[in-house]
Design a protein around this ligand. Structure first.
Ligand code: UD1
Ligand code: MG
Length: 421
């Protein structure tokens, strides 16, 4: 990507079908706000200079995006063309390309954005659209082409004739424009349509009428340009994203036994030959090495770093756990804020008591340690290398290396007691 490309993300509109107190654009898809995904896609395509157009519930959007973008205000939502006009102060005097994105289209791949800009540059087009072929194009703007296949313009669904409504090629709401010609064309848009709005899409016809070349890239994967308007679409897009991540993992050598019950969030790294059993959730940013076995029913939360040949078994929750090579947490445990050395065995039912109601404290377990079943590790606490903790212990003091620690009441047997009761 050329480093002078600017991206504009339209995020001023009102989403009414979400039935929410919050802006539609701050609803989350797979743990991350829709608008944040849209902005990150532009960033991942190599664009640093991003302007978000905000208006309706702008405080919420600004809270999510912070200072990762610049802002343009659109006080009244008079249409997408009007929205882009509000960014003029950032575009005036600049040359080159601007990428315009709908803020409610979060699944676009960065590679697709790059391709759009590349094609626009190579073909010397003043406007390049991203389009798709939909079996059911209802609601979308339709692409009008001439006999030669050249793009003539875009007609919104609400303005389309019956004949135009038959067109299956739709406008994805993602465009690459020449900055100078876009600014000129925006001046000429008029709200003479059914919705009385300033349509950004009118820019295409305006440019064509001036003899400026326009073109399109047809997206290969239609799921990339799905928009989100209600909570049903929110669920559908979440599933698409989840399947994309799962598929990518499998392509990279991770075994996933059941795609449908595996939840791997963004930016997770998993090494080759690791097996993920069903009903496993792995949160964003977690790193897992090679030859590990995870699940079934495991919950790997944020901040975990798991080395090679580690087993995390069933009904195990771990959070901010750093686990070295060859260790096992096979069943029914909560290990939070801890470091576990190499080749440790964490017995069934072991938990770290990491929270005293005010602070989170750390548990450190040395290499080759054996933690008996049902141990409570009351943090902060450190166990040296090669320690052995008796089952059922509540460990409140540090344990020196090579020691056995027993921290429980001795058993008393009262013979005959139950017979005489
Ligand atoms: C738009 C396109 C349509 C395309 C569709 C793809 C126009 C006129 N039409 O229609 O051709 O098929 O996207 O999804 O552009 N927004 C503002 N300010 C406004 C209006 C909208 O910032 O005044 C923002 C919205 O927050 C949203 C985006 O622009 O992120 C698109 O607006 P929306 O109303 O959803 O346009 P569509 O009718 O879907
Ligand atoms: Mg829309």
């Amino acid at each position: 990507m050329q480093n002078d490309v600017i991206a504009i993300v339209m995020a001023a509109g009102k989403g009414t079908r979400m039935k929410s107190k919050k802006s539609k654009l701050v609803q989350k898809i797979y743990g991350k706000e829709i608008i944040k995904r849209a902005v990150e896609n532009a960033q991942k395509a190599g664009i640093q200079d991003i302007v978000a157009i905000v208006g309706y519930q702008k405080e919420e959007i600004q809270e999510v995006l912070g200072n990762t973008v610049k802002y343009a205000m659109q006080e009244e939502q008079l249409g997408t063309g009007h929205a882009v006009m509000q960014t003029a102060k950032y575009l005036e005097g600049k040359k080159g390309k601007v990428l315009v994105l709908n803020g409610d289209v979060p699944l676009i791949r960065p590679e697709t954005l790059k391709k759009l800009v590349e094609k626009s540059t190579e073909n010397k087009e003043y406007a390049t659209l991203l389009t798709a072929i939909y079996d059911d194009p209802t609601g979308y703007g339709r692409i009008i082409r001439d006999e030669g296949g050249n793009i003539k313009g875009i007609v919104e669904h609400k303005d389309a004739t019956e004949e135009q409504k038959e067109i299956k090629e739709i406008n994805a709401g993602i465009y690459c424009f020449d900055i100078e010609e876009l600014l000129k064309a925006l001046q000429e848009i008029k709200p003479n349509n059914v919705q009385g709005e300033y349509y950004l899409t009118d820019v295409i016809k305006i440019m064509n009428d001036k003899g400026l070349k326009t073109g399109a890239v047809i997206v290969e994967d239609n799921t990339e340009i799905l928009g989100v308007n209600d909570r049903i679409q929110l669920e559908i897009l979440t599933r698409i994203l989840r399947m994309r991540i799962n598929t990518e993992m499998m392509k990279n050598g991770v075994t996933i036994e059941d795609m449908n019950t595996t939840y791997i969030y963004d930016d997770v790294e998993i090494g080759m030959d690791t097996v993920i059993h069903p009903n496993t959730t792995i949160k964003s940013g977690v790193k897992i090495g090679e030859d590990c076995e995870i699940g079934p029913n495991a919950y790997i939360r944020e901040g975990c770093q798991i080395a090679d040949k580690v087993k995390i078994g069933s009904f195990v929750e771990i959070k901010k756990a750093i686990i070295a090579t060859g260790s096992k947490v096979p069943h029914l445990s909560y290990m939070g804020d801890c470091e576990i050395g190499e080749k440790c065995n964490i017995g069934c039912g072991t938990i770290t008591c990491n929270y005293d109601g005010f602070n989170k404290s750390k548990t450190i377990i040395g290499n080759h340690s054996f933690i008996g079943s049902n141990t409570n590790l009351v943090a902060p606490v450190t166990l040296g290398d090669n320690t052995f903790i008796a089952a059922g212990s509540t460990i409140t003091e540090d344990v020196p290396a090579d020691s056995l620690a027993i921290a429980r009441q001795r058993q008393i047997n009262k013979e005959g007691w139950n017979k005489n009761k």
